[in-house]
Write a protein that binds this ligand. Structure first.
Ligand code: GTR
Length: 413
């Protein structure tokens, strides 16, 4: 037991670092737990060979769909793409910029999402692309004055997109770095797909398949569905190498990237940045954010069924190492930040390590049995991992590693 004053002091520091009080940040207080076995089927048979994996994969995917994120519909039949704007000499000649509207048809509560795509202006052919949703509108990812302003939908109504917010999140989107290293980057505003508040699923794309059942799609599933629709577009664009699209996301959008990559095997690489609870972190550790807290604070994110596990993590038929395993054999990268205890860096690392069982079964390289690597010492195999110094964020350091990882898997002349 810690002396009371020290304990109170630690709790105060945790709050100051964005770590709410009343949750566990002490490794010694993590309960003992037993993880569900990835390589044992529901009927108890062992999964021994690569040929056994697809059936087990399908079981696990179904459990996540029913019990955690919720089932989403197929692409709407009336979906259409239109190029709203393009410039072959954007960003001072570095980029080719394209803005594309994806129309979902009349049944959706919102009619469309807008994709912003930059590719290197002087690319000799199709390039690999990093695709991720953004939190604040496409105009927040770069100062480029030609990016169309996105309106913000809040629980109080509609706020017009503001010029003053241009580039306000540009540190999270290393556009020039990506272009200089030969990659494209594509993004869309998450609220185009579903505004991030609980309104009983009247807005966003949910009206395409209104949730009625406790296993139907929540907001994370709607966002992930939108990433697949963005990929539908990217695979038609001649500037994009459609078989080399990495799906990436930070925090709640990192949970989203993982679910998108798990469901949709067309994503050739999956990157989770500080995704935490309901993302890469093991729920059973109950370190930092818990299942109960996330379902209470964000009741719209997951399928209603997920709430049945509030305070009952051990009853979950899955844990998040199994979500990561669904990405195999495709390259998977999980990243944490040292001060981001709310997201449980150790739980994120352990999930990535355990997912390695499936990589090995499929003849790929896991993280191995190593301990969590030291801060700023990335490990890159077919599963990659790093823990960066600093806070909950996605930074230039993180992007450099993701590009290094992509370079190692997708070598080019
Ligand atoms: C927090 C939430 C986390 C994470 C984060 C974010 O409030 O508890 O799970 O998603 O928001 O998305 O920034």
């Amino acid at each position: 037991m810690l002396p009371k004053l020290i304990a109170v002091g630690l709790a105060a520091c945790a709050v100051a670092l964005g770590q709410p009080a009343g949750f566990n940040y002490d490794e010694a207080a993590v309960p003992t737990y037993e993880l569900p076995r990835i390589l044992r089927s529901a009927d108890g048979t062992a999964v021994r060979t690569a040929a056994d994996w697809p059936a087990r994969r399908a079981e696990i995917l179904e459990l996540f769909q029913d019990q955690v994120y919720g089932a989403a519909p197929a692409a709407p039949p009336g979906m259409a793409f239109s190029v709203l704007e393009q410039d072959a000499a954007a960003l001072g000649g570095l980029a080719h910029r394209k803005q594309v509207r994806v129309e979902f048809g009349d049944a959706a509560g919102v009619s469309s999402m807008e994709i912003l795509l930059y590719t290197p202006a002087r690319a000799g052919g199709p390039v690999p692309v990093f695709l991720g949703l953004n939190f604040g509108g496409n105009h927040t990812v770069h100062q480029d004055p030609a990016i169309r302003l996105a309106d913000r939908v809040t629980a109080d109504g509609l706020e017009e997109g503001r010029d003053a917010d241009r580039g306000s999140r540009s540190s999270r989107w290393q556009v020039e770095m990506l272009l200089r290293r030969g990659y494209g980057v594509a993004t869309a505003y998450c609220a185009d797909l579903d505004p991030d508040f609980d309104d009983g699923f009247r807005n966003g794309v949910h009206p395409l398949a209104p949730p009625e059942d406790p296993g139907d799609w929540g907001t994370i599933a709607a966002w992930a569905w939108g990433l697949s629709r963005a990929l539908d577009y990217l695979q038609t664009d001649a500037r994009v190498a459609g078989a080399r699209v990495a799906v990436i996301g930070h925090s709640r959008l990192g949970k989203t990237a993982l679910w998108a990559g798990a469901r949709d095997e067309r994503f050739a690489m999956v990157i989770s940045n500080d995704s935490g609870c309901g993302g890469a972190a093991l729920s059973r550790r109950r370190f930092g954010e818990t299942v109960e807290r996330i379902n209470t604070r964000f009741p719209h994110w997951f399928a209603d069924n997920f709430s049945a596990y509030n305070g009952k993590e051990d009853e979950l038929p899955v844990d998040q190492h199994m979500l990561l395993a669904l990405v195999a054999p495709r390259p998977l990268y999980v990243a944490s930040a040292a001060e981001d205890l709310w997201a449980d860096p150790q739980g994120e690392f352990l999930a990535a390590r355990h997912a390695g069982e499936v990589y090995e079964l499929l003849g790929r390289r896991s993280l191995g049995a190593l301990q969590r690597p030291a801060v700023n010492e990335p490990v890159m195999r077919d599963v990659g991992y790093h823990i960066r110094a600093g806070k909950h964020d996605i930074t230039a350091y993180d992007w450099e590693r993701y590009i290094d990882f992509a370079d190692s898997h997708w070598p080019r002349d």
